[in-house]
Design a binder for this molecule. Sequence first.
Ligand SMILES: NC(=O)c1ccc[n+]([C@@H]2O[C@H](COP(=O)([O-])OP(=O)(O)OC[C@H]3O[C@@H](n4cnc5c(N)ncnc54)[C@H](OP(=O)(O)O)[C@@H]3O)[C@@H](O)[C@H]2O)c1
Length: 331
Amino acid sequence: MAKALVLGSTGHIGAHIVRALLAEGHTVRAAYRTERFLGVLDGLPVERVRVDLDQPDSLRAALPGCAWVFHSAGYYPSAREKREAAIRRGMESARRTFEEISRARPERVVFTSSAATIRAVPDRAANESDAEPWPPTQWRHLYATVKIAMEQEALRAAAAGLPVVIVNPSLCLGEYDAHTFSGRAVLAFAKYRLPWYTETCFNVVYTGDVGLGHLRAAERGRIGERYLLTGQNLTLKELATLVTAELGLPPPRWRVPSFLAVGVACAVEAFAWIRGREPFFTRQEVRRVRTGYRLDGSKAVQELAMPQTPIQEAIRRAVHWFKQQGILKEV
Ligand SMILES: NC(=O)c1ccc[n+]([C@@H]2O[C@H](COP(=O)([O-])OP(=O)(O)OC[C@H]3O[C@@H](n4cnc5c(N)ncnc54)[C@H](OP(=O)(O)O)[C@@H]3O)[C@@H](O)[C@H]2O)c1
């Protein structure tokens, strides 16, 4: 059994990595940054340590004695950040973090990247061989660009001798999504009753499967390799229909072109800004899904025995958890 440090353990993916490790008898040091989301670790037999990746001393203090390190402390650039500054920030944070981890000489490091680093290809589902190089060959939205840049730092660290395996989850749905970043796809239709959808497709995966995929990557992943952690390819309309069916609501009726969706997101952001709140969806998110694509995650299924929970079940669990937390009211 191994002792593992999980960075970002209060995050959606981190909370599932922690549970996957505990379920198989490993010992977990759960790193959190802010106490606000510590509730997702309630009742779990873990050692809690405070780590802020912008304060390298806190990471240095958390590393000793851990054979495995899971880096799932995601940096999400906000809609307000300047593009160049956000890319630089993501790269520098990843470089600093891998340097610090290298000094502790762990046996395995698993870095949570994103399926957004894979480029869409015509006529087939994209796979790991379609990963964007740095700099990307085509314009990518800010989130993808930052993730591609950070992934390069992971590859650089692997080439320099750090035993790092990269995992690239697609859109994760499931419990413990306290930051509601990926859960917005569910909340948009369930809570805000978004009456329209755009024509796009993407891949959706149960976060519990992603948590286990991380553990298997530590056990059997090949160093310096990428593994797409994926579930099912769906259109946005199919996803919305599953979400609304779970709640007994009618599915969204209107299909709108993506340029109109960008316009609506612009209005939503302006309204949220006036009210001093976070917008429930942004232009950046519309751009993220605009170039829809299908993914082929068979490498992780074969090499890591990545499970494939039906997406209906992931939606059921996400909706149930959002209701339990009062994020989503009974409808
Ligand atoms: N969720 C998805 O659908 C998805 C899909 C593909 C890839 N990913 C990637 O997976 C990673 C994790 O995603 P997630 O959905 O689990 O994110 P999340 O729910 O927002 O959680 C992120 C976690 O990282 C911590 N964190 C962020 N910046 C940190 C810093 N500077 N120092 C220490 N901790 C920090 C957060 O702490 P606080 O609680 O203090 O904020 C939180 O615990 C991200 O890199 C994301 O890009 C996510």
